[in-house]
Design a protein around this ligand. Structure first.
Ligand SMILES: *[C@@H]1O[C@H](CO)[C@@H](O)[C@H](O)[C@H]1NC(C)=O
Ligand SMILES: *[C@@H]1O[C@H](CO)[C@@H](O)[C@H](O)[C@H]1NC(C)=O
Ligand SMILES: *[C@@H]1O[C@H](CO)[C@@H](O)[C@H](O)[C@H]1NC(C)=O
Ligand SMILES: *[C@@H]1O[C@H](CO)[C@@H](O)[C@H](O)[C@H]1NC(C)=O
Ligand SMILES: *[C@@H]1O[C@H](CO)[C@@H](O)[C@H](O)[C@H]1NC(C)=O
Length: 445
């Protein structure tokens, strides 16, 4: 009897194993097999047999926020990337410590990264590899990727914010979440917080939608831009709360067709274009519309900044229907941008034309408007319409109320302007020579 059973086992088990290999491996190609033939898989749940949902827990993630789960994340990504309609799932109520990783495409089809739990960056600077300080979660060459969910991407950046004691880290601090050379990207609903430096960066991308996200870091954390765009076109950023230690949204060279609306910005440095033209570089930014947003308790509001000595052109930029509260400098064009106390004066400048500041109202703490355009190449077609800015009662410590400033800035004032000095701020016309200069700069872009 016993012998018969043994014979039966000897006979059946290899068959069963073969059956498992033939059925399971093809269906979850590229994914680690955690389910063996002995039915111990229930601890991973039934979702682990899905051919489209790649739950990081099914790949053996420890999910304790302490053990390194990077390889598990990569394995789940590789699975989701290889199937049609793959979802990489970061389940709720779990924390995953992830070291810097690159999630690379192209993938077979669209991929969803469903983040309901928390991804944590290493908090100790020493546990970052010195050769990879540029970013933490890096998406490269992906198309049609959506990041969504009620979870959090936590850069745990506080150790990076303190002044550096040792020199080896130079000025490089990692960006939190970055997309490089990618198309048709959606980031929605999630929270991104406490990045060592920039929180969400799009570099060389096209077709970007950011919707209903929260980006958060302390107001005194250095260089922690919320969303940073460079060489990126066709962007919509909307219905989001962004408060950090630097720009809420920063738009750099090579960006065009950017629409930002329904943003709550603050604390931070407001919504900025630039600094453009650093080290005599060529910068081109066009067709940016920022509207229907609130900016509060920030250093700047709507700002364009360029370095002296650059080339190129900024054109067709509109800031419309922006409510400011407690903003030091709500409206700024600064063509003398400098990150030290004194920078050398240089010839040449990124040209700026067709800028509308429309329906901007609320309270400022230092100066209602500051348009410091280049001495050689004036700003042209700058329009101010319906501006209503009143000083807050208490100027911030160390700042005194200043009069509106417009230097070498040509354009038209329309509607009611408060303070009334804004009516005399812009110079009229601009003359043929200015347009000629600006045309020649146009050709660079
Ligand atoms: C996964 O397993 C459950 C129950 O074990 C089953 O009902 C379901 O059909 C399986 N799904 C797939 C995609 O194999
Ligand atoms: C993204 O998906 C849409 C529709 O599913 C498709 O039309 C588009 O070409 C895809 N984009 C890329 C860059 O593959
Ligand atoms: C925005 O995101 C939050 C947090 O994930 C979610 O609860 C809410 O339903 C989202 N709102 C919309 C309109 O999608
Ligand atoms: C200016 O930019 C806006 C917003 O991106 C765009 O809709 C509009 O067509 C642009 N205007 C011109 C004249 O290019
Ligand atoms: C640069 O030029 C401005 C305006 O002409 C002048 O006020 C300023 O002193 C100069 N700065 C330096 C560092 O030369």
């Amino acid at each position: 009897m016993t012998q018969n059973m043994n014979h039966l086992r000897v006979f059946l088990c290899p068959l069963f194993v073969l059956f498992c290999i033939l059925t399971i491996i093809p269906s979850v190609y590229g994914r680690k097999l955690h389910r063996s033939c002995n039915k111990h898989h229930t601890s991973y749940g039934d979702s682990c047999n899905s051919t489209t949902i790649f739950d990081i827990l099914c790949f053996g993630a420890k999910a304790n926020g302490v053990s390194d789960d990077s390889k598990k994340l990569l394995a789940a990504w590789n699975g989701a990337c290889k199937v049609d309609g793959g979802t990489l799932q970061i389940p709720s109520n779990h924390k995953f410590l992830i070291k810097p990783v690159t999630l690379q495409g192209p993938c077979m089809a669209r991929v969803v990264l469903q983040i309901d739990g928390t991804l944590l960056a290493p908090s100790k600077i020493g546990s970052w590899s010195k050769s990879n300080l540029f970013q933490w979660l890096n998406f490269k060459w992906v198309q049609n990727v959506t990041i969504q969910g009620s979870g959090t991407i936590d850069g745990q950046g506080y150790n990076w914010w303190a002044p550096m004691k040792s020199k080896h880290t130079l000025d490089i601090k990692p960006t939190g979440l970055r997309f490089y050379a990618s198309e048709d990207i959606v980031v929605r609903d999630i929270m991104i917080k406490n990045s060592p430096q920039v929180h969400l960066k799009f570099d060389n991308c096209g077709g970007v939608k950011v919707n209903n996200v929260t980006v958060s870091a302390p107001g005194n954390s250095p260089n922690t831009d919320g969303i940073h765009l460079q060489n990126t076109r066709d962007v919509e950023i909307m219905h989001s709360n962004i408060g950090t230690g630097d720009d809420c949204v920063s738009i750099q060279t090579g960006c065009s067709n950017v629409h930002i609306h329904h943003i709550n910005c603050g604390p931070g440095h407001g919504i900025s274009l630039g600094g453009l033209g650093k080290d005599k570089s060529i910068a081109c930014v066009s067709d940016v519309l920022v509207e229907d947003s609130n900016i509060q308790n920030t250093l700047y509001g709507a700002r364009i900044k360029t370095w002296q000595g650059g080339k190129g052109l900024v054109k067709n930029i509109t800031f419309s229907n922006i409510q400011v509260a407690n903003v030091n400098f709500p409206i700024v064009i600064n063509q003398y941008y400098c990150d030290k106390s004194i920078c050398k004066n240089q010839t040449g400048s990124v040209a700026i034309k067709e800028v509308n500041f429309d329906k901007i109202s609320g309270s400022y703490t230092t100066q209602p408007i500051h348009l410091a355009c280049s001495k050689e190449i004036p700003c042209t077609d700058v329009d101010l319409s319906d501006i209503q800015l009143k000083p807050t009662r208490r100027p911030l410590e160390g700042y005194q109320l200043q009069q509106a400033l417009c230097y070498n800035s040509y354009g038209n004032s329309k509607g009611e302007l408060v303070p009334s000095s804004l009516n005399y701020c812009l110079e009229k016309g601009g003359g043929g020579s200015i347009h000629q200069i600006s045309r020649s700069y146009n050709e660079l872009c």
